[in-house]
Design a protein around this ligand. Sequence first.
Ligand code: HEM
Ligand SMILES: *[C@@H]1O[C@H](CO)[C@@H](O)[C@H](O)[C@H]1NC(C)=O
Ligand SMILES: *[C@@H]1O[C@H](CO)[C@@H](O)[C@H](O)[C@H]1NC(C)=O
Length: 559
Amino acid sequence: MLLLATPSLLQLTYCSAACIAGYWLYWQSTTGRRHRQFVKKHGCRPARKVKNRDPVLGLDAVFAMWRWSDQHILFEKTSQKFFGSGAKTVEFAFLTANVILTCEGENIKSVLSQNFRAFGIANTPSELELLLRGGIFLNEGEAWHQSRELIRPSFARSQVADLDMLEKHVNTLIDGIPRDGSTVDLSTLFSQLTLSTAIEFLFGENSDEEDSAADKVSNHAFTEVWDRVSRYLANAGEGEHGKLWIYNYLLDRIRMNPQYRRDCSTIHHYVDKLVEKSLSSKQLESLSTSTTKPRYVFVHELVSQTTDKVRIRNESLSVLFAARDTTAGLLTNVWFELSKRPDIWTRLRNEIDTLNGNKPNYEELKNLKYLRAVLNESQRLYPIIPAGGRKAKEDVALPVGGGEDGRSPVFVRKGQFVLFGIHAMHRRKDLYGEDADIFRPERWLDTEEKRGLRMGWEYLPFSGGPRVCPGQNFALTEASYVTIRLIQSFPGRLESRDPEPWRELITFIVSNLGGCKVGLFPRESEANPDKGERARLKGGFELAIKMPSPILGAGCNGS
Ligand code: HEM
Ligand SMILES: *[C@@H]1O[C@H](CO)[C@@H](O)[C@H](O)[C@H]1NC(C)=O
Ligand SMILES: *[C@@H]1O[C@H](CO)[C@@H](O)[C@H](O)[C@H]1NC(C)=O
């Protein structure tokens, strides 16, 4: 009896085939029909497909990307692979997803701005969730809107970054630089600076007298924990993971690294403490009674809107996360390039010489056009966030990229990812010219014959639309101020101590793998009199020689 009741293999095959066909018919008459109607209505045509050897999962592409990432050429190679044919919007299989990748400003604008509501942020790894849940960075929809409203006033003032506050931290940085031209890796110093300025911007001054020895230890520990968490989140193959990268990766998927869990709660507790301290009546009191211009503090601004301390902690942690490594990465890239290009460094120093060695005020800082062009050019060639993306929450059309000529709209179905190739877009020859791969700040400047570049959605170092980086002004002011004061302190010469070219170091941002190893000289004649003489004869260096250097005494303990 039992045998008779068991269906034969043939029966099974028929049954499954019928099921699949039935489901297919059902899908075609519902979702499929909806898709076809949408495509017809909007005149959509498919984007160019990038063929993978594995057409289903695109495993060959996945492994190639892993390899490129290890070799620090991921963005260079993916730009070639996907846009090499000349198409600016392409579609390809990536594991279970069918991804659309675009380097077309019009499409990015449509996703980030015009169709803002139709898209949500792409999948967030659970590790990042654990650290940043409940803050602006990961919030979506109404929760995001509330976060953004909450922090908006804190960024609204024209002068977000307080120059006096920056001066103090820059002096610490300068104290850490040898004055005899011996090699220093500025990237480490930049990271310390951007962490301490972000903390002071968020929580106010952490005055030394108040700090017990125990606090000092925990400040130091915090930096360490924060660095470890950054490295962990980045899954950077360097050292830590070594050849076991994939093994560790899979293991961490199954069971989140316990050290990482502990680190996250250390960070939460530490930031709780900072919030507590910052909101203590003492600090707020001194704020209201102080006769000098009150220092601007992020969380003081938040308390006027909410008294929920966990909320305040979550939001300020997200801003801390967004502010630190990004700005340090920008400074590292800029100074790395300056060390390789004495011509650019000299022109920049000549511009900064117009300040006569004085601290710039905010207007003076904004008027240094060449400095701004150098920052623009650095962010063009080496965008700190070279790719972005969103996930469609409903069926939607991108304005361009479909059909043979790429001018028809492209259909994006609900759940599909749209990725932005910022790196590729910033190097497009049709936008930036044949020399797009070369670092040339002059392209941003107006001359008598030619207007400098004015980019819209084709230049997106800080993203765009409602979720545009609110810290843009803060970051540019900080990077400018640090660069000005550093050049004023070391107007002699800047030497590269790294034979390698710029290479990608991928964490959750991208900056230079080799950091920024340089030698800095307070005076041209120092340490290398021969070279100095020759340079002076060629002209252009006189200003620096004459230039008084007031901060040498003020900032560096008279050394
Ligand atoms: C060179 C430095 C910086 C770069 C290149 C940069 C870039 C970006 C980019 C591309 C985004 C959008 C991310 C996305 O939507 O996927 C973003 C978001 C954000 N940035 Fe920045 N950023 C920098 C510095 C800062 C600083 C200094 C702060 C704060 C003081 C900051 C605060 C934020 C916040 C809070 C967000 C989230 C905004 C939202 O989701 O509504 N950033 N940043
Ligand atoms: C704050 O963050 C914690 C931990 O990430 C999370 O569990 C909590 O829900 C968040 N609270 C609020 C009010 O956002
Ligand atoms: C730098 O880029 C921004 C954004 O595109 C632009 O508004 C600005 O005019 C540029 N400035 C200079 C001096 O390059």
